[in-house]
Ligand binder design. Structure first.
Ligand code: NAG
Ligand code: NAG
Ligand code: NAG
Length: 184
């Protein structure tokens, strides 16, 4: 729905910007990548509560009060098994941003070391803790991911004591100008 209305907007914009894109190859297929990695967050080992949120707000064991700040540096692996192939790492901060303690404003840089693709992507968005999968926008990247856009589907798939496992479903799209920028 959002995508189709976006392409409609593009269609209407094309006549006005065709001058500036006329020297590009027409009909070049847009590059995209879709894959899944697993994030292992180990409380007090790779993920830490740095700031305790507003006191006096009632929250339960699966939520933290508004204003709680977590900082993490978690490994990303190929499967849920923590000893499976290491394919990346996430450095991130998450700030509890709802009064019920369930929404986190999340900021992250994900370094990826995939076969044929090395670099990083940056994410910024809201993660709804435990309740349902969240879509977090990709706001850019470096290296082989320069200019990349898209989103991550984030969900908590395993909650065993201090070891949280998040499933990260990557949906990455390169805008048309990325190819020429990388060649420059
Ligand atoms: C914690 O509180 C939230 C929001 O009120 C609720 O949805 C959730 O079920 C609660 N979790 C537990 C373990 O009680
Ligand atoms: C979101 O915040 C909760 C505490 O409210 C924390 O337990 C959880 O790990 C955070 N999730 C993410 C993805 O940062
Ligand atoms: C993490 O460390 C804090 C502060 O030392 C402690 O209160 C908390 O219980 C620890 N949590 C776990 C799961 O080890």
């Amino acid at each position: 729905m959002a995508l189709s209305s976006f392409s409609l907007v593009i269609l209407f914009l094309l006549p006005t910007i065709s001058m500036s894109i006329s020297h590009h190859q027409p009909n070049t297929a847009l590059k995209s990548m879709h894959f899944t990695l697993y994030q292992h967050d180990n409380v007090n080992k790779t993920g830490f509560l740095i700031v305790v949120g507003v006191s006096g707000l009632v929250v339960n064991s699966t939520a933290s009060p508004l204003g709680s700040i977590f900082v993490l540096r978690d490994p990303l692996t190929a499967t849920q098994d923590p000893s499976s192939k290491l394919l990346g790492e996430i450095e991130g901060t998450s700030i509890t941003s709802s009064f019920d303690g369930l929404d986190n404003l999340s900021i992250g840089k994900i370094t990826l070391n995939l076969k044929g693709h090395k670099g990083s992507i940056s994410i910024l968005g809201s993660i709804n803790n435990l309740i349902r999968p969240s879509d977090v926008p990709v706001v850019g990247g470096t290296g082989d991911f320069l200019f990349v856009q898209g989103y991550l589907g984030v969900s908590l798939v395993n909650f065993q004591g201090a070891n949280l496992i998040y499933k990260l479903e990557f949906h990455l799209y390169w805008p048309p100008y990325a190819a020429s920028a990388i060649m420059d």
